[in-house]
Design a protein around this ligand. Sequence first.
Ligand code: NAD
Length: 499
Amino acid sequence: MSRLPTVKLLINGEFVESRTEQWREVINPATQQVLARVPMATAEEVNAAVSAARTAFASWKKTPIGTRARIFLKLQQLIREHMKELAAILTAEQGKTLADAEGDVFRGLEVVEHAANIGTLQLGEYAENVAGGVDTYTVMQPLGVCAGITPFNFPAMIPLWMFPMAIATGNTFVLKPSEQDPMVTMRLVELALQAGIPPGVLNVVHGGAEVVNAICDHPDIKAISFVGSTHVGTHVYHRASQNGKRVQCMMGAKNHAIVLPDANKEQALNQLTGAAFGAAGQRCMALSVAVLVGEAQQWIPELVAKARSLTIGAGHDNPDLGPLISCAARERVAGLIAKGAAEGAKLELDGRHVHVDGYEHGNFIGPTIFSGVKPGMAIYQQEVFGPVLCLLAADTLDDAIALINANPNGNGTAIFTQSGAAARKFQEEIDVGQVGINVPIPVPVPLFSFTGSRGSKLGDLGPYGKQVVLFYTQTKTVTSRWFDDDASSGKVHTTIALR
Ligand code: NAD
């Protein structure tokens, strides 16, 4: 046990061993092999990380834009060079397929590329002669120490949503990765230091609820970006906001697709199958509900056949889907499948009894499909976060839109249709953050902002795109007047008007 590698903390530019007595294991979900031990950092260690970030902020905020930008140019190059290695680490600890692991890293890499453009993103405004000889301008200044708390399902992409943009805008950062799969995050952090991030500008602490609460309470942390479940995110939002911090929480989902009978059937069913079962359904943008409208209800047998044909296995063998993150997650999903059947949904395909040769202890669940699902059933009310697709029926597009808008979550949605008018109506009336039109997982590229509606998001600004520059900066508005040497002395004015 003690010979296992330990995941280090990063404090003030040094990778250090935690002094904690509380550790948990990082486990390969396909084999149950213990890969490493991760510490639950002590209160002193969290304080040391914040203190290092606070000290580093004094000089980092004054570091020239070009210097900041070039670090991220270098980091994107290093990530590209290490893509295969990063994907292999990610697959071993998280379970997703190697191809999907590369996708995870790549979607984060896009944000690093965007951070390298910071020079054109963090620009203020200027107006000349707002009054006679008076000019007004704004600058977007960094906030100070910011923190990020990330989930297990995208251990590369989501940390890369956070620290590059926070640091590029002139802040310093404390990252708290998921304790379930922190190893690829740490490799990315090593590359970030190699790219030139100075000591104290990026720090990492590990842990669970206690460390997260310490981050929410720490008076020197100005802003928190959280991605994870609705339950935890709501807690983080309230606790940190009450402590005066700026907070954004991207949270849970129940993403619906509408399939209209005029859709390109083959395309729609392929896309739906991939988006429901890819990454074993452990994506916040997974399509976990399909609303089949009218004649499309007759496509169920073909959908089931496609789902049945998917291969399941250890991620490094590149099957279609790998295992769930943990034994507990597998048990939870299997329990919800049992509940769905007990509550009267029709189990069209049951993935609970898959067997993967050579990986008998893996946390596998195969593609599972329920038809006849109704609001109120547990499999519909809860985010399953496994390879389980719920099929509901609707008579019309209006009924389908009403159903989606009545769901508490509003993360992602998609419509499959060949009708521009139907797609436009859907886009306009649906209350969901990310909308796909014949695109099943519409995660935006970083030129735009990731968002979310209703129960899927708390806080006003998204984690990347233009919105994140606003999130990580505060606007300072300067009004200035310069007197010519020969300006007349004028007289005293006691009104608020600028003269
Ligand atoms: P989680 O909420 O369990 O964990 C997220 C983070 O919170 C982790 O760092 C964890 O250590 C910490 N945490 C866990 N329990 C805590 C507690 N009681 N108090 C304080 N902190 C705690 O989420 P997860 O299971 O790692 O990730 C899956 C969830 O994340 C799903 O709900 C998924 O939809 C969501 N997610 C959302 C988005 C999005 O952009 N909307 C993206 C990815 C994942």
